[in-house]
Design a protein around this ligand. Structure first.
Ligand SMILES: NC(=O)c1ccc[n+]([C@@H]2O[C@H](COP(=O)([O-])OP(=O)(O)OC[C@H]3O[C@@H](n4cnc5c(N)ncnc54)[C@H](O)[C@@H]3O)[C@@H](O)[C@H]2O)c1
Length: 314
């Protein structure tokens, strides 16, 4: 049974993964090599919990109770020495993750299960330097940003881990009210990111061709397909609409749509111009610096409302 957890890397993903476990009563050790980042993570977690309380998603006393469940570390051995489950959310660099898993193999008790939040690296490559017995206790668990709010966790089921251990990891995520997806093959992007990139490719192409303005394209998605997708998956949508219709429309439309195998030209040009989105003040839209924190809070607030509503349709 998994009780004691460690999260390694307190950046964008790590801090909110630690928060998600702590919100549901798990003891979490949060580790980072950068002590300033740990301090910033503590403040981010407090602010995110305060927003959850302000939106009546958690009771006010849960803020302090959650904060009390998280301990902060810069010493890896102390972080993991008594842990049942260790998840790494460190930079997406293969050598870094390989060496980290090798260290963890030596520092953790034999029963510890290790997990990676990688977005694009193969499990087999990441566990190249660990012992054969530990290879049975490693998996990919892919969270979505912001991790404390987005329900999906993709779990790898690639044949290296016995069924009973996989079931323990699955139960851990169900206990913190997440929805798990069992991914059967070690493919880049797993399931959710591949779906998302398919949508993004067409959206960037529509902008590039001048088919509609950015706000209208986003509106078409939010109030069209995505409105339905929040409650109904693509395969259900196809069944409801009729597979014969989907077949005809696919034959007519897919040959007209973008099929490029790399990032869109317009997207690349924006990156080259330093237009990186909210973090640089401009992407497809413009953001004035004084409004950025309000915009981010508004994004989180909408997700909290959606999460509340989702309790009715799960
Ligand atoms: N950002 C996303 O939307 C997202 C979504 C899903 C998965 N991921 C994956 O999660 C992982 C982390 O991404 P992120 O966006 O949180 O990165 P990030 O850069 O925000 O955070 C990484 C943290 O790791 C710390 N770090 C560096 N070396 C370390 C080490 N050896 N041990 C422990 N900590 C170390 C850094 O100080 C930093 O705080 C990556 O594998 C990424 O691909 C990211």
């Amino acid at each position: 049974m998994i009780r004691k957890i460690a999260v390694l890397g307190a950046g964008t993903m790590g801090h909110s993964i630690a928060e998600a476990f702590a919100m549901h009563g798990f003891e979490v050790n949060l580790f980072d090599t950068d002590s300033n980042r740990l301090q910033a993570a503590k403040e981010e977690i407090r602010a995110e919990l305060s927003l959850l309380a302000a939106e009546d998603f958690i009771p006010q006393p849960a803020i302090q109770a959650t904060l009390d469940k998280i301990a902060y570390f810069t010493d890896l051995k102390q972080t993991v020495i008594d842990r049942d489950y260790v998840l790494e959310a460190t930079p997406e660099i293969l050598e870094l993750k390989q060496n980290l898993f090798k260290q963890l193999d030596n520092l953790c008790p034999p029963h510890t299960i290790l997990a990676s939040n990688t977005s694009s690296l193969k499990l087999n490559d990441m566990m190249a330097l660990v012992s054969p017995s530990r290879k049975e206790r490693i998996l990919v668990t892919h969270w979505y940003n912001p991790a404390h709010l987005i329900p999906i966790i993709e779990l790898s089921y690639f044949g290296n881990m016995p069924e009973d251990l996989y079931t323990q990891v699955e139960a851990l995520h169900l206990a913190i009210k997440k929805q798990t997806v069992k991914v059967l093959k070690d493919v880049p992007g797993l399931v959710a990111n591949r779906i998302q990139q398919g949508v993004a490719r067409e959206v960037f192409s529509l902008i590039e061709m001048g088919i509609a303005a950015p706000a209208d394209i986003d509106k078409a998605l939010k109030f069209g397909p995505a409105f339905r997708y929040a409650t109904t998956g693509q395969l259900e949508v196809a069944d409801f609409g009729g597979l014969d219709i989907w077949c005809v429309v696919g034959d007519n439309l897919l040959k007209e749509m973008d099929s490029s195998e790399c990032a869109n030209k317009l997207l690349r040009e924006k990156v080259q111009q330093g237009k990186l989105g909210i973090k640089s003040g401009e992407g497809f839209y413009k953001y004035s610096p004084e409004k950025i924190s309000a915009i981010k809070n508004d994004f989180m607030r909408k997700l909290i409302h959606q999460l509340k509503a989702s309790e009715y349709y799960i």
